[in-house]
Design a protein around this ligand. Structure first.
Ligand code: DC
Length: 225
């Protein structure tokens, strides 16, 4: 099996680029952020505070997170309920960042992610894919961009989805999440030593897609199975 790991901070373009690569290569795209979002969403839906580690940990034994694929699109199910759209709000983004710092939450999701890569060729994006989940991935990319650039893209995305947020709120949230994700004790966001650093600041998403696709195709020619 071949695994392409794409890590980096929120809003760097990981999911758009990873989806495109998966389609071109006919691999499965695994968005691991959606798994943390699913747990964040569930904690909120149960009336828990998403930074209450004891409360969130206590929910895990009765919480089943599953990934399904419909026409190549990933769907996320929480104990049978499809939450794919519900987990995309700013509130759930922040909850996901908080629950993702909890070791029991990471442990809960680890096997599912590993299993996907054992059964399929994958393009998997997240924060710790190249460092922790799939350290054996044949290709690793660390995708980043300035916080302002990432906030601009994320703001446009949220407006298109009908969310009422200002650019300043999105920038503040991105900075807060960067800080949470990079400074947590378990599996913090960091570049794997063997990952290629790609900075998309100042580039359109289309330019970054083309650049990454060329890099990955070139590297795949040298992958020995
Ligand atoms: O990529 P995203 O914005 O959907 O991720 C939501 C949160 O989940 C993010 O703040 C960090 C966390 N996350 C993580 O800790 N590890 C991953 N592999 C993916 C996401």
């Amino acid at each position: 099996m071949i695994a392409i790991a794409i890590d980096g901070p929120a809003g760097a373009g990981k999911s758009t680029i990873a989806k495109h690569l998966a389609r071109v290569l006919e691999y499965i795209y695994v968005d691991t952020g959606a798994l943390y979002r699913a747990i964040g969403w569930y904690a909120l839906s149960q009336g828990e505070k998403s930074d209450d580690e004891a409360a969130v940990t206590a929910l895990l034994p009765r919480l089943q997170v599953e990934l399904h694929y419909q026409n190549g699109e990933q769907r996320v199910l929480v104990s049978g309920e499809d939450v794919t759209e519900k987990i995309r709000t700013p509130e759930v983004s922040m909850a996901a960042s908080q629950v993702s710092a909890m070791p029991a939450v990471r442990q809960h999701l680890f096997q599912l992610q590993r299993q996907m890569a054992q059964e399929h060729n994958v393009v998997m994006d997240g924060r710790d894919i190249g460092t922790v989940v799939l350290p054996q991935a044949q290709i690793k990319i660390f995708l980043t961009a300035d916080a302002e650039d990432r906030a601009r893209r994320r703001h446009e995305e949220l407006l298109q989805r009908g969310e009422k947020v200002t650019y300043d709120e999105v920038l503040r949230d991105i900075r807060q999440r960067d800080d949470n994700d990079s400074h947590r004790a378990v599996a913090p966001l960091k570049q794997a030593p063997d990952a290629l650093l790609v900075d998309t600041t100042g580039h359109t998403l289309e330019q970054s897609i083309q650049r990454l696709t060329a890099i990955v195709k070139e590297r795949l020619e040298h992958v020995v199975l």
